[in-house]
Design a binder for this molecule. Structure first.
Ligand code: AHG
Ligand code: MN
Ligand code: MN
Length: 345
């Protein structure tokens, strides 16, 4: 049985609970809240709708658009990653809720233009995750995290504001552009999923209070990297797919877009892993806008996230684009992996 309750419209004529209403309800119950967070979430959701609309037309736009760098309207053609990045920056920068942003697509922290007020939050994101999946019409996503600013005052934010550990996240979420489009977010109290109703252009509450099963029966890893893994990673994967002790081997599922692989793990349980290897000792995934936000969501849903030894949320970042090995999902599956690595191969 699925772990979440499905919430439909209370009356046929009503659209159900929109993301905005859900956030507002919580805002009204939070003492001292200023509405900044609700406003920021609203801007992120607008960006998500714009990106989702563009993603669903990706094939069409490519066919109609281009021969080279310029489409039929005479506009320069943007890579979808770049489009998603610009959309998020554009939707958020003028709102006055954030003081600085960090993005996978931009080398340095993104300042708020001088003409706009600087807010108390820091937004970091992977604007398009799994972008290699666009051409084959498979799921992709957007990942984001929100911290409070560290630097005092209401001036521009700095790199110091971006380099904060995951345990200090105020809210995190992701959007999955799949067979339907969903926004999943948490402020640490419950993880909630909203499905985009394209007819009205609203995210409606569809998965309230998602909990990750304590144990799953699938593992998700790029096993093509096997020959480059450390012996203990190889032996963990050998073990997870073995029938040692009469147990059922885990099944393997790998989409190659972390948002999509994680979304399955969140709903069904199991473990997603991207370990380090001989070539990349810290693996591939970025701490600040990939691993940390999903770790925050995993923990809020009763799961766990580790780099193999320590809690992802406790890693103190030292660089905007630093990478980390990642083992994330059902608490028992993550603990078992850690235990295996402690013992060695
Ligand atoms: P991005 O598209 O933002 O660069 O991220 C791709 C990441 C992640 O989504 C996925 O889990 C991983 O790359 C897949 O990597 P491999 O192709 O090495 O398996
Ligand atoms: Mn990514
Ligand atoms: Mn990306």
């Amino acid at each position: 049985m699925s772990q979440y309750s499905s919430v439909g419209p209370s009356e046929a004529s009503l659209p159900g609970t929109t993301l905005e209403r859900h956030a507002l309800d919580r805002f009204r119950r939070t003492q001292g809240a200023t509405g900044d967070f609700t406003g920021l979430l609203q801007q992120i959701s607008l960006a998500a709708k714009i990106i989702s609309s563009r993603v669903s037309k990706a094939g069409l736009a490519d066919i109609l658009g281009l021969t080279g760098e310029v489409n039929v309207q005479g506009e320069a053609v943007q890579k979808l990653d770049d489009f998603a990045n610009r959309t998020l920056v554009h939707c958020v920068e003028a709102g006055g809720h954030v003081c600085v942003m960090g993005s996978e697509e931009v080398e340095e922290p993104i300042p708020i233009p001088p003409q706009y007020p600087k807010g108390k939050y820091v937004l970091q994101f992977d604007p398009l995750d799994g972008s290699g999946n666009i051409d084959i019409n498979a799921s992709i996503g957007t990942i984001f995290s929100i911290h409070r600013r560290k630097t005092p005052g209401d001036g521009p934010g700095t790199l110091e504001d971006c380099l904060q550990p995951g345990r200090d996240i105020v809210a995190a979420g992701y959007v999955i552009y799949g067979s339907s489009n969903m926004l999943v977010y948490s402020t640490g109290h419950g993880v909630h999923g909203f499905t985009l109703d394209p007819a009205i252009g609203e995210f409606l509450l569809s998965h309230e209070n998602i909990r990750i099963p304590e144990r799953g029966d699938t593992y998700s890893i790029n096993e093509g990297n096997y020959s480059r893994w450390a012996p203990e990673v190889r032996s963990w994967v050998d073990w997870i797919k073995s029938d040692e002790g009469g147990r059922r081997p885990y099944s393997m599922r790998y989409i190659g877009a972390m948002v999509a692989d994680f979304h399955r793990v969140l709903l069904r349980g199991g473990i997603f892993a991207y370990p380090g290897d001989r070539r990349n000792t810290n693996g591939k995934l970025r701490l600040l806008y990939e691993a940390s936000p999903l770790a925050f969501i995993a923990e809020a849903a009763g799961g766990a996230a580790s780099d193999g030894k320590r809690r992802i949320l406790d890693i103190e970042p030292t660089a905007l684009h630093q990478r980390t090995p990642l083992f994330i999902g059902s608490v028992e599956d993550v603990r078992e992996a850690e235990e295996h690595f402690r013992r060695g191969a």
